[in-house]
Write a protein that binds this ligand. Structure first.
Ligand code: ATP
Length: 347
């Protein structure tokens, strides 16, 4: 059993502040995803938890212990990296059992653990193969197997799927989630891919510039983003942001088009609406079609609203060509308003 607590942790590389005072609480058994753009510090934070980076100040607690001064091998964690370098001269079984042999665990126990992990990961028929005889997805599974056999208190994943092609990534992310449901081991997972974060996490921690912007369940972040950054980062295609100001009649865009907003806080200067929350309606706002992209199940349409562009996703097939006029309406209850500092104005 292990919860993980990061308490006001900082990491300086010389004058550069990579982590600027971050606190996170991770419950026992929770699957937490650290997400954010390149350079935001998510790998650094994970490596601080792993003990691969020292911390400049603050505390890291795993289970009952403050582990600031413990070596990685003494922290009861297992880490899976993006570059999961398997030993090329060892079979899958030997690769998976390697760390246990180092610990001089009895052979029968190693075989039992390797067999068990192979079963969980569907590697039973590949145990005698060498890494070069495996596909990318199979190699990634072996790398996870190496972590599972150690039966750690915490799994740490650093972008484990980023070397795989899109289809395999989708498959592996359900496998990792299934593995977590089965083993219930506390897991901290780093990715820059917000869809991976949305689909896998119990809790998402959104980072930017060495700080946490918001943390919460995937749907909390989607429905109640704290600010423009989180609103734009979570959700795909991204939320539309329309500039303007508030009037008693609704939100007036910089081109003078009035959009219904359901509420009229005077501080609102940005109107946010997700592409999937825009409907086609007769008597809606007339907009000019710029791009139409059918995906089969839905149609993405980029339209011009005055001088601003807006992305819409309609859950229907529509016949429209560039230049055509469509009539749209945002769903009132789905409008997000933001003030000058970028904070979302709560309803
Ligand atoms: P990515 O998705 O690109 O891996 P990240 O969010 O994981 O990004 P980190 O690798 O944690 O980012 O890096 C955070 C910041 O710290 C970056 O600006 C990076 O250049 C800097 N950094 C990381 N390691 C060092 C180091 N050893 N020395 C100096 N700066 C570093």
């Amino acid at each position: 059993m292990a919860h993980v607590r990061v308490n006001n942790a900082r990491k300086d590389y010389g004058a550069f502040k990579a982590i600027k005072g971050v606190s996170v609480d991770i419950r026992d058994g929770e699957f937490v995803v650290l997400v954010g753009p390149s350079g935001c510090g998510k790998s650094t934070l994970l490596r601080m938890i792993a003990g691969l980076e020292g911390i400049t100040s603050g505390d890291i607690q795993i289970g009952k212990h403050i582990v600031n001064d413990l070596a990685p091998k003494d922290r009861d964690i297992a880490m899976v990296f993006q570059n999961y370098a398997l030993y090329p001269h060892m079979t899958v079984a030997k690769n998976m059992g390697f760390s246990l042999r180092l610990k001089r665990m009895p052979k029968a126990e190693i075989d039992r653990r390797v067999g068990n992990a192979a079963k969980i990961l569907g590697l039973e028929n590949l145990l005698e193969r060498y890494p070069k005889q495996l596909s990318g997805g199979q190699r990634q599974r072996v790398a996870m197997g190496r972590a599972i056999v150690r039966d750690p208190a915490v799994f740490l994943f650093d972008e484990p799927l980023s070397n795989l092609d899109a289809k395999l990534r989708v498959q592996m992310r359900s496998e990792i989630k299934e593995m977590h449901q089965r083993l219930q081991t506390t897991t901290i997972y780093v990715t820059h891919d917000q869809i991976e974060a949305m689909t896998m996490a119990d809790k998402i921690v959104v980072m930017k510039d060495g700080l946490i912007e918001q943390s919460g369940s995937p749907l909390e972040l989607y429905d109640q983003p704290a600010n423009l950054f989180v609103a734009g980062f979570i959700g795909s295609p991204a939320m539309n942001f329309i500039k303007g100001s508030m009037t008693n009649a609704g939100f007036r865009t910089t081109d003078g088009i009035v959009l219904p907003s359901g509420q009229h806080p005077a501080a609102a200067v940005t109107y946010g609406i997700r592409p999937e929350d825009i409907r086609l309606v007769q008597n809606g706002i007339a907009v000019e079609t710029v791009v139409v992209e059918p995906t089969g199940s839905e149609t993405m349409v980029i339209v011009r609203l005055g001088t601003q562009t807006v992305t819409c996703v309609f859950r229907e097939r529509i016949r429209a060509a560039p230049g055509d006029v469509l009539h749209i309406a945002p769903a009132d209850e789905a409008v997000h308003l933001f003030d000058k500092s970028g904070e979302r104005i709560a309803r």
